[in-house]
Design a protein around this ligand. Structure first.
Ligand SMILES: [Zn+2]
Ligand SMILES: [Zn+2]
Ligand SMILES: [Zn+2]
Length: 145
């Protein structure tokens, strides 16, 4: 949510954002497919095609295009012009969603990897440890009954 993050962007953000959106990127979404929205949904004509949305033009749903600045480096306080792109709200939203789902699967992958080296050891110990746990009197299982 842009409003919530405004403070995190820090001083000078407004001017920086304006320059990127309206001077460098000419008031037009500069997304060239980073959002992964395909031509099928009418945002990009092709793989590398720049988005057609211009600031203030009307959207398919009857609203207005609002250009935002997306950080490709994912650091909202960054002021490196090569790390940012003007993006329409549609591309930006999709870009963030894409990023979040990638992060989620990367986290899951890291967790699996962290557990992986222990698996052979657990499998060996498991055959012996499990029966003795089941036989232990007054175990945790007893409290549930
Ligand atoms: Zn950066
Ligand atoms: Zn766009
Ligand atoms: Zn896009």
């Amino acid at each position: 949510m842009p409003v919530k993050n405004q403070a995190a962007y820090g001083p000078g953000w407004k001017e920086f954002s304006r320059r990127i959106r309206f001077e460098r990127d000419g008031g037009r979404c500069a997304c060239t497919g980073q959002c992964r929205l395909s031509f099928a949904v009418g945002v990009h004509d092709g793989e590398e095609e720049r988005c057609h949305a211009t600031h203030g033009s009307s959207t398919a749903s009857g609203g207005r295009v609002v250009l935002t600045v997306a950080h490709l480096c994912h650091d909202a306080s960054c002021r490196d012009e090569t790390h940012v792109k003007a993006m329409c709200q549609r591309c930006h939203l999709a870009y963030d969603r894409e990023l979040h789902s990638r992060n989620a699967s990367a986290t899951a992958r890291r967790k699996r990897l962290a557990r992986a080296p222990m698996l052979p050891g657990l499998a060996d110990a498991g055959t012996e440890a499990l029966p003795s746990l089941a036989l232990a009197p007054g175990g945790a299982d007893g409290d549930r009954q």
